[in-house]
Design a protein around this ligand. Structure first.
Ligand SMILES: [Fe+2]
Length: 299
């Protein structure tokens, strides 16, 4: 099944904050975990959800980050300030990125663009700051959490610091954007998300598909289960190859000019089709990275 996050029900998995920017809470008995924490401006909303789901936010023992993008780790600094016992795990590159003031400012600016969509979120200090990770993860770790455990997988390709979290006892995979993102109103398409490496991205999809997860909690909005979970990996691989060909065609049409190829693709795919719900500036930034990667591989 393909289930929208706002109607998804599972006795072990809950959604904190907002289903478009989900903080997936895995109920593990004594030590509960959350995967990702969306936009910084939604910080108070994640906190309110945690209090209502867990009785006290202090009952969240771990926050795992899938990668270093503003819409996945946004509220990590806020939650660190609010939950004294919280242990935060993620790729070590996240630490070195958040040390940079320019990166923190860019993340805050990108989040601020979304504020109009969330007018009722309580205001609080949601600023970014350097973030010390309690668990520096690389993939290969096994983390015991109450009556479940979490296997960590390196999942490079979307970003070099992407990680995936798999809970084998419940067959649930949280892979952020490392496997692509469902696209369109009925999630029939796949938004292709390689930004740091095309080859790593393909390898990551293949490796995570081999886990045969029963539940794939997508980076945004959707949860796929059973056959739809299995098919998503196949669709994502196919879409990735098609997407690469589309970029190569645009580069051919613009004589290899990366900026013009980006403009051409944005007009056709974003403006004319209208099926991509990502904020336009973020879309353009990602597209430019993808076109640069493929341009570098050509010839
Ligand atoms: Fe991302």
């Amino acid at each position: 099944m393909k289930i929208l996050g706002d109607v998804f029900e599972h006795d072990r998995i809950r959604i904190a904050g907002n289903f478009i920017y989900p903080g997936y809470v895995v109920m593990c008995g004594a030590r509960n975990a959350m995967i990702d924490c969306g936009l910084n401006i939604l910080g108070p909303r994640y906190l309110a959800s945690l209090r209502s789901l867990l009785g006290s936010a202090e009952n969240l023992s771990h926050l795992f980050l899938t990668h270093s993008h503003y819409d996945h780790l946004g509220a990590a600094c806020y939650l660190r300030r609010k939950i004294s016992s919280l242990r935060i795990g993620g790729h070590e590159k996240i630490e070195s990125l958040l040390v940079k003031e320019s990166v923190r400012r860019r993340m805050a600016d990108l989040s601020e663009i979304q504020r109009a969509f969330f007018p009722d979120v309580e205001s609080d200090d949601v600023s970014f700051e350097p973030l010390a990770l309690d668990l520096k993860l690389f993939g290969g770790e096994q983390i015991s959490l109450g009556d479940l455990h979490c296997d960590v997988y390196a999942a490079a390709g979307h970003t070099a610091d992407s990680l995936a979290y798999f809970f084998p006892e419940i067959g649930a995979l949280f892979a952020g954007e490392s496997i692509g993102v469902p696209e369109g109103k009925d999630a029939s398409g796949v938004q292709v998300e390689f930004l740091s490496s095309y080859d790593d991205y393909v390898k990551t999809i293949e490796q995570l598909a081999a886990l045969e997860p029963k539940i794939v909690c997508m980076a945004h909005a959707w949860i796929f289960t059973d056959d739809d979970a299995r098919r998503f990996f196949e669709d994502s691989l196919r879409a990735t190859v098609t997407y690469r060909k589309m970029i190569e065609t645009a580069l051919d049409e613009t004589n290899g000019d990366v900026d013009k190829a980006v403009e051409l693709i944005a007009r056709r795919e974003y403006d004319e089709k209208g099926t991509i719900f990502q904020e336009r500036n973020a879309y353009l930034m990602n597209l430019a990275a993808q076109v640069r990667l493929i341009a570098g591989k050509k010839g």
